[in-house]
Design a protein around this ligand. Structure first.
Ligand code: SAM
Ligand code: DTB
Ligand code: SF4
Length: 335
């Protein structure tokens, strides 16, 4: 079978549920085989996050410590200055990151803020880093503005299945999210889109989330799989924890459904053992958030991560978009 023949956008829920139901070792073998057919083995892409505008978000995402509705001890902070962002990006680059992702606690950016963020994108891009932003909902014009400023990726997660979504967020719809993803794609930006495991969703919800991602007209170049970071004060604090093997299954199924994408082992790594993270890499994860902080919560020390990768014989992937990412667009969309 050729590589492009494995790129499908017509998965059924039954097929995806059947993958989840495979014996774990069979699933891992299949996922690692597909991984090796599409990616350099033993490499990992490293992105560093920075919260450029923290707290007081009007949305009600039940997992999020930055919503103004929950008492999590996170106050309102102004949008950072361009120079301060540039310094953080330089530090991330010196530590070994190749992509810098700027996150803002917005429902959607205001015109003045977007202009300032475009200036940040230009500065970070000029350092030779890949750029990513996650700023909430975008109009097609806003997406084009970011593209013109040199933005490479836009992160906007579906978070969960359409069915479960209403239990987690009521202030915007699933369709709003799909519309933003379409605007981002149309503007020529690369898409980073994934979800969160551990919010009380069912196995079917997990299958449905990955199915929706895989059946988008084009697979997201980057698929972050987050494990819920439980923050006191948020409605999801105290949610039942996930069986680690079920988390690994979600990573493996993402790899099988979206062979060319980078699957990112995202939030939640501080609570994972080194061995569990190694299993996630075996399942096809080939990207991490690297740096001591995610947006407002912790992430493993860079020193620990460097040692872990060295112990596993995994090397950081060079910057610049890989052959496989290019293939997600070209190979399956000849028109
Ligand atoms: N405000 C923008 C938005 O929601 O699109 C951008 C920032 S928001 C923090 C980006 C993503 O972070 C969310 O969609 C969610 O998937 C993830 N996230 C937020 N809080 C999290 C948590 N406690 N645990 C895991 N992932 C989380
Ligand atoms: C993604 O999928 N996960 C990141 C990033 N995209 C923006 C965010 C994780 C946030 C975890 C909670 C926090 O640090 O505030
Ligand atoms: Fe706001 Fe984004 Fe947090 Fe939702 S996830 S509350 S939109 S910062």
């Amino acid at each position: 079978m050729t590589r492009s023949a494995q790129i499908r956008h017509d998965w059924t829920l039954e097929e995806v549920e059947a993958l989840f139901a495979l014996p774990l070792l069979d699933l891992l073998l299949r996922a690692q085989s597909v991984h090796r057919a599409h990616h350099e083995p033993n490499t990992v892409q490293m992105s560093t996050l920075l919260s450029i505008k923290t707290g007081a978000c009007p949305e009600d995402c039940a997992y999020c410590p930055q919503s103004v509705r929950y008492d999590t001890g996170i106050g309102r902070e102004a949008l950072m200055e361009v120079e301060a962002v540039r310094e953080c990006a330089l530090r991330a680059q010196a530590a070994g990151a190749t992509r810098f992702c700027m996150g803002a606690a917005y429902r959607s950016p205001k015109p003045k803020d977007l202009r300032a963020i475009c200036a940040m994108v230009r500065e970070v891009s000029a350092l030779g880093l890949e750029t990513c932003a996650t700023l909430g909902m975008l109009t097609p014009e806003q997406a084009r503005e970011l593209k013109d400023a040199g933005l490479d990726f836009y992160n906007h997660n579906l978070d969960t299945s359409e069915e479960f979504y209403g239990e987690i967020i009521t202030t915007r719809t699933y369709q709003d999210r799909l519309d933003t993803l379409e605007a981002v794609r149309e503007a020529g930006l690369k898409v980073c889109c994934g979800g969160i495991i551990g919010m009380g969703e069912s196995a079917r919800d997990r299958a449905q989330l990955l199915l929706t991602l895989a059946n988008l007209p084009q697979h997201p170049e980057s698929v972050p799989i987050n494990e819920l970071v439980q923050v006191p004060g948020t409605p999801l604090h105290g949610a039942a924890s996930v069986d680690p093997f079920d988390f690994v299954r979600a990573v493996a199924v993402a790899r099988l459904l979206m062979p060319c994408s980078h699957v990112r082992l995202s939030a939640g790594r501080t609570a994972m053992s080194d061995e569990l993270q190694a299993l996630c890499f075996l399942a096809g994860a080939n990207s991490i958030f690297y740096g001591e902080k995610l947006l407002t919560t912790g992430n493993p020390d860079t020193d620990h991560d460097r040692k872990l990768l060295a112990r596993l014989g995994i090397v950081p992937e060079a910057a610049a978009t890989t052959r496989s990412e290019a293939a997600t667009g070209a190979a399956d969309h000849p028109a």
